[in-house]
Design a protein around this ligand. Structure first.
Ligand code: ARG
Length: 463
């Protein structure tokens, strides 16, 4: 306090410095492989182009390889006071090769450097996400294969609606995750542009061979505008959006796990390793993994919104605000990746209680639509048939009976057109009748399953 009273400005500045306000090393050190790869490609090109002596380029590359080794084996001495990964690497290079290290940053700025590093990182993160999504999709197909004949109520408003086969329900998630893989691929494509050569923002006065650097780093293209290149973070937004939608889908699946595994539903039993006990209630098998799948969704959405907000007010070109892009990106990846694996594990290991599912369909009014359709086949307009069956359902619910427990006189009181053959409206008949492309008829589902396998294999083969 006395300090503050004597010299408040100094005290405040001291506090800010002590908080390492500007440094990003604690998270951007994660970019070390990408940073070193970018530097190696850049230095080698400078040598090839005669911008720096070839021998110096070789020394730089050798030094950088040593640094990569030091970092990966944990012997590197990190210096937070050097702010970020780029300065840490460069400073260590000076220690190893001396003055020559100063040539590495020729024709380069941290602005084009960090953009290329992060793009490399996003490209491999997107690949990893796609691979994890494919594993989950494969798990869904494996379960679906077992349940093309397992009848379960399909729900709207979480009310039993119409019967479906369980495979059809699982294949709905296959479709969602397929689109997610497509979004991660879009993120990878957005990131697949090399920005080195943009300099601080205006380009470079040296005769660079940008194309060869891009090729060496495995980029498909070089950036077209240096000002855009150093300030564009759309590729991270793509990744965060892909991760957010994936989390939304995972969270929906998680919610189904929670509901299905409840005593009330009892449709599945989650594998033991994905549940935990209660510290007080000995009987509990809580679906904690599923709940965390659901619960971790918000933080990923948060990172998307945070970066959208960061970029929205920035004039061209680089502004230090952009340093805020990485922590959320890394956390989004660290969140979505284990959730994808946990989801695959739960799908693979869950026990499906087919009898409980059928039982839930039997003790319900999920055949109401089909009974209305029965009247339609006898010539009744659908709206009238609907009214007749609604009255029938109301009556049976009041009497505490299912449709199958009603007798002919109950049916007749709802419509004269009901005959004995109404008893042939069954769960299996109802699902089999949905014989349209995309419908739940087991033959259609088998076809969808085959096609899904084909799509999965094709996409994995494409890489
Ligand atoms: N740590 C910085 C970032 O992540 C690197 C670029 C710094 N550039 C600058 N002009 N200060 O954005």
């Amino acid at each position: 306090m006395t300090e503050v009273n004597k010299d408040p400005a100094a005290a405040v500045r001291g506090a800010v410095l002590a908080s390492d306000f500007t440094q990003s090393l604690h998270y951007d050190r994660r970019l070390y492989r990408e940073d070193i790869a970018g530097s190696i490609a850049h230095a080698a090109m400078l040598g090839r182009q005669g911008i720096i002596p070839e021998a110096d380029a070789e020394k730089i590359v050798e030094g950088l390889r040593q640094i990569e080794q030091e970092i990966s084996e944990g012997s590197f001495g990190w210096k937070p006071e050097l702010e970020d990964i780029h300065m840490n690497v460069e400073s260590r290079l000076h220690e190893i090769i001396g003055e020559t290290a100063g040539r590495l940053h020729t024709a380069r700025s941290r602005n084009d450097q960090v953009a290329t590093d992060t793009r490399l990182w996003v490209k491999s993160a997107a690949d990893e996400a796609i691979a994890a999504v494919r594993i989950l999709q494969r798990a869904l197909l494996g379960q679906a294969e077992q349940h093309t004949g397992t009848v379960v109520p399909g729900y709207t408003h979480l009310q039993r609606g119409q019967p479906v086969v369980f495979a059809h329900h699982l294949l709905a998630y296959f479709e969602m995750f397929d689109r997610d893989a497509g979004r991660f691929l879009a993120a990878k494509r957005a990131a697949d542009v090399m920005t080195l050569g943009s300099g601080a923002m205006a380009g470079s006065p040296y005769p660079l061979d940008r194309q060869s650097v891009a090729e060496e780093l495995g980029f498909g293209a070089i950036s077209s505008n240096s000002m855009d290149a150093v300030s564009d973070r759309d590729f991270i937004l793509y990744y965060l959006f892909a991760a957010s939608v994936t989390m939304a889908h995972l969270s929906r699946l998680a919610e189904e796990f929670v509901i299905w595994s409840s005593d009330e539903f009892g449709f599945i039993r989650l594998p033991d390793e994905y549940t935990s006990g209660s510290s007080i209630m000995p009987q509990k098998r809580n679906p904690d993994f599923a709940e965390l799948m659901r619960g971790k969704t918000g933080r990923v959405y948060g990172h998307l919104l945070a970066l959208l907000t960061t970029v929205k007010g920035l004039p061209l070109t680089y502004n230090r605000d952009l340093q805020e892009d990485k922590e959320g990106l890394f956390d989004a990846a660290d969140t979505v990746m284990p959730v994808l694996s946990a989801a695959a594990g739960m799908v693979l290991g869950m026990n499906v209680e087919a009898d409980r599912m059928r039982n839930a369909a039997e003790h319900s009014y999920v055949l109401a639509t089909d009974i209305a359709d029965y009247l339609v086949r006898k010539g009744v307009p659908f709206r009238q048939a609907y009214i007749a069956v609604a009255a029938l359902a109301k009556k049976s619910i009041a009497a505490g009976k299912g449709f199958s427990e009603l007798d002919m006189s109950d049916f007749r009181s709802a419509s004269e057109l009901f005959d004995d053959d109404v008893m042939s409206v069954t769960l299996d008949g109802a699902v089999a009748a949905r014989d349209v492309p995309g419908g739940t008829a087991p033959t259609r589902v088998l076809d969808a399953l085959q096609k899904a396998y084909g799509r999965l294999h094709a996409s994995v083969a494409e890489g």
